[in-house]
Design a protein around this ligand. Structure first.
Ligand code: CAA
Length: 387
């Protein structure tokens, strides 16, 4: 029985800041951000969106009433949690109107969480092939104003329905994973911004990729030319390119050229949104599926997931016949094209407005047209609105 990704959805806010403008405001050469980091626009997440609403908005694009009846597992991967105890999966399940007869849980291991969720969901479906699992990765990437990490912020969510006989990507069984205790990126309690050892994180990411890619190849005997594309966690798109270049060292230039070409399709959405943390790898997958001009059924995609701290995993999947019928590239083109640009001053004001400690808060949601919005806090209880 094949199990894998049956549906894939994405949502980000309707605001962005232009990276060339941000570079100028920070006295940097715009090409450092545009080429050196590889980002053109960065999502700005308004106070009326949080990890829960970003996830709900991503799910609302893909879920049918039939899916809702069949889903009995919801795994919410995030490192932008809204509560230290209650899981975002419970909020999400209620907002989406899912059955009460399900397991709802939140999962954390930095940007790796959604991959762990995907593999756990696969195991669940293997035991219960008539059921479906909902996996989401939703985050707001925050390093702080005027920090080196600032141009690698962003935010949004990816949502996946995991099912038997999937219509997009069947996951292959062999995957290789590697863990080590590393302080490359972390966020202590009470910090709303991550702490990071930037250069170390960039290097260890590549080291983990090399380890798990070699282990995968040793286990499967699959050669690099047997992949149509290699997809990477994209904290910023240049980082994925660094991973890919490590894989291409000594590889036939024809093969390398083909993989580099597919990588360009996979990084287009991230270039316009920034880091999604948990959802980032899957945004790259959606970007490739929607934009590549040469994908065919049965072709193999390789995926590298990395979560600081640190955990890496390489796994693969085969494109299913008719996968293109499950996509909606025009919708995502419009989602990204119709966003409103904010100035650097507006972005700074929005960034600074985050308040995770409020007891009571009332937010004006009139400017946010998303189907799901965060309306405020009452007696420390977060309030949401489904339109
Ligand atoms: N034109 C073109 N390129 C330029 C340029 C110009 N004018 N000026 C600089 N560059 C290039 C540099 O050569 C450099 O390229 P390489 O990385 O290929 O050497 C690149 O732009 C960045 O320049 P710096 O190294 O000088 O940048 P920096 O010191 O300001 O910091 C950073 C860059 C370390 C990525 C920082 O933004 C950061 O800490 N980001 C957050 C951490 C991160 O994303 N780490 C990724 C791995 S961890 C992970 O994946 C988990 C996660 O999601 C966080």
């Amino acid at each position: 029985m094949q199990i894998g990704i049956d549906k894939l959805g994405f949502y980000t806010s309707d605001l962005y800041v232009d990276m060339a403008e941000l570079a100028q405001a920070r006295n940097e050469d715009p090409n450092k951000y545009l080429i050196g980091i590889g980002q053109a626009k960065m999502a700005v997440i308004p106070p009326t969106q949080d990890a829960v609403t970003l996830a709900a908005n991503a799910c609302s694009k893909i879920l049918t009433e039939e899916d809702k009846k069949q889903i009995d597992l919801v795994i919410f991967a995030t490192e932008s949690g809204i509560d230290n105890s209650k899981s975002s999966a419970v909020y999400l399940s209620r907002l989406l109107g899912l059955s009460h007869y399900l397991r709802a849980v939140e999962l954390k291991q930095a940007c790796y969480g959604a991959t762990a969720a995907l593999q756990l969901a696969k195991g669940h479906v293997a035991l219960h092939p008539d059921k479906k699992a909902l996996v989401v990765g939703a985050d707001i990437a925050r390093y702080g104003l005027h920090t080196k990490g600032e141009p690698t912020q962003g935010g949004g969510a990816c949502a996946m329905v995991i099912a038997a006989n999937p219509r997009i990507l069947a996951l292959e069984d062999t995957c290789s994973y590697y863990m080590d205790d590393a302080m490359d990126f972390w966020r202590p309690f009470d910090h709303t911004e991550a702490l990071v050892d930037g250069k170390f994180s960039a290097n260890i990411y590549v080291e983990f990729f090399q380890k798990v890619f070699e282990a995968y190849q040793a286990q499967t005997g699959i050669r690099i030319e047997e992949f149509k594309a290699l997809l990477f966690h994209l904290p910023y798109t240049k980082q994925g390119l660094k991973g890919l270049r490590a894989a291409l060292a000594g590889v036939d230039p024809l093969v390398a050229g083909k993989l580099l070409r597919q990588f360009e399709f996979s990084r287009q959405y991230s270039r316009q949104v920034g880091n999604l943390y948990t959802g980032s790898l899957y945004l790259g997958l959606l970007s490739l599926l929607n934009l590549s001009d040469s994908l065919k059924a049965h072709e193999r995609l390789g995926l590298f997931s990395y979560g600081s701290g640190a955990q890496g995993e390489f796994f693969s999947g085969l494109l299913m016949p008719g996968f293109e019928k499950m996509l909606d590239p025009v919708f995502y083109e419009q989602l990204l094209a119709h966003r409103k640009q904010v100035s650097v001053a507006e972005y700074e004001q929005i960034f600074s407005a985050l308040d995770m400690r409020a007891k009571d808060l009332v937010l004006d949601v009139s400017q946010d047209q998303a189907p799901f919005v965060f309306t405020g806090i009452s007696e420390y209880q977060r309030q949401y609105l489904a339109r």
